[in-house]
Design a binder for this molecule. Structure first.
Ligand SMILES: Nc1ncnc2c1ncn2[C@@H]1O[C@H](COP(=O)(O)OP(=O)(O)OP(=O)(O)O)[C@@H](O)[C@H]1O
Ligand SMILES: [Mg+2]
Length: 224
């Protein structure tokens, strides 16, 4: 087999269609300048995952998500953060906080996360996502690669932190339907991992999550 003219001067050429002829589907053929060929298997490729961080406002979702992404970046693992606040400034800007709007917000975030996961990313979402049913629906998108992370701190701890001053406003009645104050939060019943952010530092939480993520990736190394 000779390489197509347009590629003749390339140093090496990879022809996927050749894998069908080789009888070894999934193999790539490298054709050197001298016309010699050799077969090689596709590289090991880690499957992507969805890490779904859920918890009260102020529990630490965004903090942990960003720290985890930095750790994954440093290790060469593609990762992205889909943060509820950022999504609400753009793709979810048309949504409010009624139950149906929260469901739609979670649905959209889940669909985006699934696309990233399919491209090999660890997609880390940081949304309050207060309803079990909404989170459950996202799980069904990629059941074997969805990991629910309960970023857990009691309401009084979150309220004392109040990093955005939202609890103060909600208690003053300025924010209707505020989760934990005037709207429900349904904690996960069987999350893959719980991070107790009242007892652990953010670094300790990220260490635990990294341990989980390493195992999760190791379990699902695939080839393609
Ligand atoms: N173990 C911990 N993990 C994460 N954050 C912690 C921890 N301990 C204290 N914090 C502090 O708690 C605050 C958490 O704020 P953060 O914005 O991450 O919450 P959030 O869950 O994203 O809230 P929201 O839903 O409103 O976006 C930060 O000020 C952070 O420094
Ligand atoms: Mg946040």
């Amino acid at each position: 087999m000779s390489p197509p003219d347009s590629l003749e001067n390339e140093r090496a050429h990879t022809f996927r269609e050749a894998s069908a002829r080789s009888g070894e589907p999934g193999m790539s053929v490298i054709i050197g300048k001298d016309g010699g060929t050799k077969w090689r298997p596709p590289p090991a490729h880690p499957a992507g995952h969805i890490l779904w961080l859920t918890g009260l406002s102020g529990a630490g979702k965004s903090t942990i998500a960003q720290m985890l992404k930095s750790r994954l970046d440093a290790g060469g693992q593609p990762a992205c953060v889909l943060d509820g606040d950022a999504l609400r400034q753009g793709i979810n800007a048309d949504l409010g906080f009624a139950e149906t709007d929260r469901a739609e917000s979670v649905r959209r975030a889940g669909k985006i996360a699934a696309l990233f996961a399919d491209s090999g990313f660890v997609a880390i979402t940081a949304l309050i996502s207060p309803y079990r049913s909404d989170r459950g629906r996202v799980r069904t998108l990629r059941p074997d690669r969805f990991h629910e992370v309960h970023v857990d701190a009691p309401l009084h701890v979150c309220e004392a932190r109040d990093p955005k001053g939202l609890y103060r406003k909600a208690r003053a009645g300025a924010i209707p339907r505020f989760t934990g104050v005037s709207d429900p939060y349904e904690p996960p019943e069987t999350p893959e991992i719980v991070l107790d952010t009242a007892a652990l530092t953010a670094d300790e939480c990220v260490d635990r999550l990294m341990g989980y993520v390493r195992e999760m990736i190791a379990r699902t190394i695939t080839t393609r």
